[in-house]
Design a protein around this ligand. Sequence first.
Ligand code: PMP
Length: 412
Amino acid sequence: MNAPVTGILNIEQIREQFPVLHQQVNGKPLVYFDNAATSQKPLSVINALVDYYKGYNANIHRGIHTLAEKATKAFEDTRHSAKAFINASSEQEIIFVRGVTEAINLVASTYGRAFIKAGDEIIISGLEHHSNIVPWQMLCEEKQAILKVIPVLENGELDLDAFKKLLSSKTKIVSVNHASNSLGTINPIKEIIDAAHDIGAVVVIDGAQAGAHLEIDVQELNSDFYCLSAHKMYGPTGAGILYGKKELLEKMPPYQGGGEMIKEVTFEKTTYNDLPYKFEAGTPNIADVVALNFAIQFINQLGKENIGAYEHELLTYATEKVSALKGVKLIGTAKSKVSVLSFAVDGIHPFDIGQMLDARGVAVRTGHHCTQPLMDHFGIEGTVRASFAVYNTKQEIDSLVEGLDRIINFMS
Ligand code: PMP
């Protein structure tokens, strides 16, 4: 495929770094538009995994032999890069987890269990992924706390006036996403954080859909917690980052007990390790954390600003073309969006569209996208979602549009 050179990014060169893109699916060139579920991985990330297992697989932190030292250094190098990536003030604030799901569960079951009492209120939004709903529901159930929900406006933006009315001295935690996986809405998280801080609540940001697309500066945001999944930012599955302010992490009890998270163990009493290791019990996912460093380098080399500008161009192009098709209704038309295009087509089930597009080599996601309450809000079962990454092209969007056009004409 002749991919263009757009702006200062050479998309053809970028595509060459992704072996998975160069295949036929059902006899057609693969068009991968399921990036919000998981992005593809560049060779540098794939090679990092192979190099680790081939060259220096060893358990980290306690070993004094050469391989253990090499593995420990590679693991801790990722912490160093992650700190810079989100501008944390210390590496002690970077905790490696499996992904956003585990990060939110960690905060709910440590900070939440320690500090939430009966009658306290936790605010989430109507745009949240199940992983930013269920852990808080579980906590509320356990503590007899109350879950409140920021309403969503018709265009998929949050109702900020309603949010401010929900805030009170009872509000202890506000947990919202930076960007919505179902609609693409970019939330005004700085404003949300400031308003929550004014009444003394702590804020958790689910950054799953921001990591590969938006600038993240946790100090400027003044976010208390910020969660990332490596696999949504060109990195491997099974690795993620929980950022937490040091003073909060210090006063939270540990998440899991075991090796690594201890200073000293006797049968009478255990003292816990310093940050960040207090929250990293057991052998971590060494290989995937090592490879995450290469995903961060990949994004840094292209530049988030360049990635964002190019993806915005793709989104604008796709929005124009798809919304012009017969019977298409866009779901989520916020002013500020990451590169997610969600839509419904009159009289055709999203699942059927997904299957027929797959037959043409086009991979999209269909269904509720783990946001059932949001789908209920719009009175729909689900949407068709095309989500774009930096290696996608306008020609690929043309394939989507052509496929959709044929499906719509065939089915109506
Ligand atoms: N939040 C959002 C907004 C997401 O898109 C996702 C993944 N679809 C998650 C949380 C959960 O991330 P993970 O599955 O990597 O834990």
